[in-house]
Ligand binder design. Structure first.
Ligand code: FES
Ligand code: FES
Length: 181
């Protein structure tokens, strides 16, 4: 059967078997090997991608379920040919570590920060609880996600004066009647 899916902004129509998993569509049919397979049983999170902005584990999600939807993989995090704030933060804070789990960690973090750009450490750890690190630990990863949130918030503040300049000036505040008291 045919599946039409938009992956990282590019639409594709692919003929698939109904049993084909999304991770295999991405890796083997579309050549997007940044999405990894660590367990095949929804346990490790290495295969996490975004479907319509929601983080899902593509090792247990059928390709046909993505029909008509937008999928974002780690290859789609780059912004205007440059690393995104999240990618920069993972590099800066050594959140990459082994690299194998990193794409899934980043996609889960991307979904978290879209919802909550100022997460507490506890909120980051909770969001990443379905993404397993088997090598080093979570400290640098959590720091990287929080640093990315800070960068995203700073960029939003930096962009704010432009939007304010376009706003009409507020009316003068009413002058209070009466003398000094
Ligand atoms: Fe999908 Fe581990 S490969 S959760
Ligand atoms: Fe990838 Fe630990 S950083 S498994």
């Amino acid at each position: 059967m045919q599946v039409t899916v938009n992956v990282n902004g590019t639409g594709s129509t692919v003929d698939v078997e109904p049993r084909l998993l999304l991770v295999h569509l991405l890796r083997e049919r579309l050549g997007l090997t940044g999405t990894h397979i660590g367990c095949d049983t929804t346990s490790c999170g290495a295969c996490t991608v975004l479907v319509d902005g929601v983080a899902i584990k593509s090792c247990t999600y059928l390709a046909v379920q993505a029909d008509g939807r937008s999928v974002r993989t780690v290859e789609g995090l780059v912004e205007g040919g440059k690393p995104s704030p999240l990618q920069d933060a993972f590099k800066e804070h050594h959140g990459l570590q082994c690299g194998f789990c990193t794409p899934g960690m980043m996609l889960t973090a991307e979904a978290l920060l879209a919802d909550n750009p100022d997460p507490s450490e506890e909120e980051v750890r909770w969001a990443l609880s379905g993404n397993l690190c088997r090598c080093t630990g979570y400290v640098n990863i959590v720091r990287a996600v929080q640093a990315a949130g800070t960068a995203i918030r700073s960029a939003a503040v930096a962009a704010a004066p432009e939007s304010k300049a376009a706003e009409p000036e507020p009316a003068d505040a009413p002058v209070m009647a009466g003398g000094s008291q």
